[in-house]
Write a protein that binds this ligand. Structure first.
Ligand code: ADP
Length: 531
């Protein structure tokens, strides 16, 4: 057929070029670890990214080489992403909260060539240097003098054209913080990143525009900072970064910079609530808060919605770029009671165009979308993984591209997905399943409970029975009886935990989620008093 459209490779540097051209003056604010603040713009980020691309070429970095970062959120980290990607490199974000053997493994497995790091993580770098075999150059983002990021940029003039290539070239690499076995690397392409970024702009997703002022609490090393560094460039949103995730600092920044959008795991909001209760402070300009990474408890959603703020409940994984579903307002939202709205957002929501979901039983049979039949959640789409980095065993999807998430879920008739548990966290009592997530979320709705973890422990008759570990809020006297009475209003009687224990704290993964494997390990020989 004669005629057609232009070929336009969907490459990440185009996002930055667009932001620098159309939204050049929109600010990128950083509050650094030492308390100082700097302000730059999308034009400034683009200028510095070109300088960094030049510098990396001068260091001998080649197309496809991995450039690693070990850093919190700030403008220089953003420059590093765009600069390294712009010269054809692949940015590998390292999670500083990993254990040393995991850090050693991923640095070597990724074959990183250069590492940019925060001064706060210098001790990690010193410790790991002898282990990392391929890293030749180290630069400190917030250091002084030679060996600092600024000194590296200062040598360049920024007169640089991005490396061209195909849209299916890799641009990012992120390892899943697997709690058992070695971490696995997820490779993102330019194309998957750009399509994902554009999807995130939609009203039913992050709802972003140039008017948005975005403070991502989610670190850039957690699943590509949930895609925000790319999505915000597409509309020239203003960024407010904090290199320190302290509720007092976040709250102050949110108010001063009039932050409209924020995103983070539930733990972050627990911390924010404690700060609000203790000081009477509250973020005043927020419009949308996105919570994901683990299930957002109903009580948390309710509290934020009562502040007049929309809650987006996001489900996703490192393997899904990460947006899989979003619990955003439905078509009949305005006719719903407040309680039904909260119920709605408590589920994980619907897929955007591009993602497909299905639920299958253990034999692989498709389950109906009836809101009851639970099973393994599978996903596919153009920003969903096909094969892990350097994984000789081949694709991690079936012949039709379905990727098994390891989550247990139900699909409702209206397309809303609800996670009931992670397959390995489900508590199996007498052949029936008890959702640890639901127990935990019901528990944190009880006054005086700061955090809770439900695990299954051995029971001679039922195989497993749930116990609940509870961290009390400071000064709270909440009792086992109070908690059981509260739970009884929210879950079936046979789900009630056989025992409730108070603990000082609970272990978390590197991305701030409950570390269930460690808790189970601790209780593996536990004997129930009544068993
Ligand atoms: P990891 O937790 O292993 O470091 P990810 O950050 O990729 O890796 O986590 C993905 C997992 O987090 C999902 O498979 C799911 O179990 C859980 N998760 C993410 N978002 C939600 C949510 N909104 N509700 C419940 N579980 C969630």
């Amino acid at each position: 057929m004669l005629g057609g459209m232009q070929d336009f490779e969907l490459r990440v540097p185009r996002l930055l070029d667009h932001a620098a051209r159309e939204h050049w003056g929109r600010e990128i604010v950083t509050r650094w670890a030492d308390g100082s603040e700097t302000r730059t713009t999308w034009a400034g980020i683009a200028r510095d990214a070109r300088k960094l691309a030049q510098a990396l070429e001068r260091l001998g970095v080649k197309k496809g080489d991995r450039v690693a970062t070990l850093a919190m959120n700030h403008s220089r980290h953003l420059v590093a992403w765009y600069g390294a990607i712009g010269m054809g490199g692949v940015v590998h974000t390292i999670n500083p909260r990993l254990f040393d053997d995991q850090l050693a493994f991923i640095g070597n497995h990724a074959e990183d060539r250069v590492l940019f790091y925060d001064k706060a993580f210098a001790p990690i770098v010193e410790r790991m240097k002898p282990e990392w075999r391929t890293i030749q150059h180290y630069y400190c983002f917030d250091g002084d003098g030679r060996g600092s990021f600024e000194a590296l940029l200062a040598q360049e003039d920024g007169n640089y054209a991005w490396v061209e290539g195909g849209e299916r070239d890799p641009c990012m690499l992120c390892y899943t913080s697997g709690t058992t076995g070695n971490p696995k690397g997820v490779v993102y392409s330019h194309r998957s990143s750009v399509i994902h970024a554009i999807t995130e702009l939609q009203p039913a997703e992050f709802d972003l525009s140039t008017q948005s002022v975005v403070l991502p609490i989610v670190p850039m090393f957690h699943a590509v900072g949930w895609g925000l560094p790319f999505a915000c460039a597409a509309v020239g949103a203003k960024f407010v970064f904090s290199a320190v995730n302290e509720p007092r600092i976040l709250c102050e920044l949110m108010n001063r910079e009039k932050v409209t959008h924020s995103a983070g795991v539930p733990t972050v909001w627990f911390g924010m609530f404690q700060h609000m209760d203790a000081t009477g402070d509250a973020p005043g300009h927020l419009k949308i808060v996105t919570i994901g990474g683990s299930a957002a408890p109903r009580a948390m959603i309710e509290r934020i919605m009562k502040m007049g703020v929309r809650v987006n409940h996001a489900w996703g994984m490192t393997e899904t770029s990460p947006i899989g579903t979003m619990g955003a307002p439905s078509a009949d939202w305005d006719e719903m009671s407040f309680d039904s709205q909260v119920d709605q957002v408590s589920k994980q929501g619907k897929v955007p165009f591009g993602v497909e979901l299905r639920v299958v039983d253990d034999e692989g049979n498709l389950q109906p979308r009836d809101g009851q039949s639970s099973g393994r959640l599978q996903v596919r789409g153009p920003w969903v993984i096909r094969q892990y980095f350097q994984d000789e065993s081949g694709p991690c999807v079936d012949a039709d591209n379905w990727f098994d998430t390891g989550d247990v879920a139900v699909l409702h008739p209206d397309g809303v997905m609800q996670i009931t548990d992670r397959a390995k966290d489900v508590i199996k009592s007498g052949g029936e399943w008890i959702s640890s997530v639901e127990l935990e979320n019901a528990a944190v709705g009880c006054a005086g409970v700061a955090e809770a973890a439900a695990i299954g422990v051995y029971h001679p008759r039922w195989d497993e029975r749930p116990i609940l570990l509870v961290v009390r809020k400071p000064d709270s006297q909440v009792s086992v009886e109070d908690i059981q009475a509260h739970l009884a209003q929210h879950v079936a009687k046979w789900w009630l935990p056989d025992e409730v224990h108070f603990v000082e704290s609970l272990p978390h993964t590197a991305t701030g989620k409950l570390l269930k494997t460690a808790i189970r390990e601790q209780y593996k020989d536990f004997k129930l008093a009544a068993a």
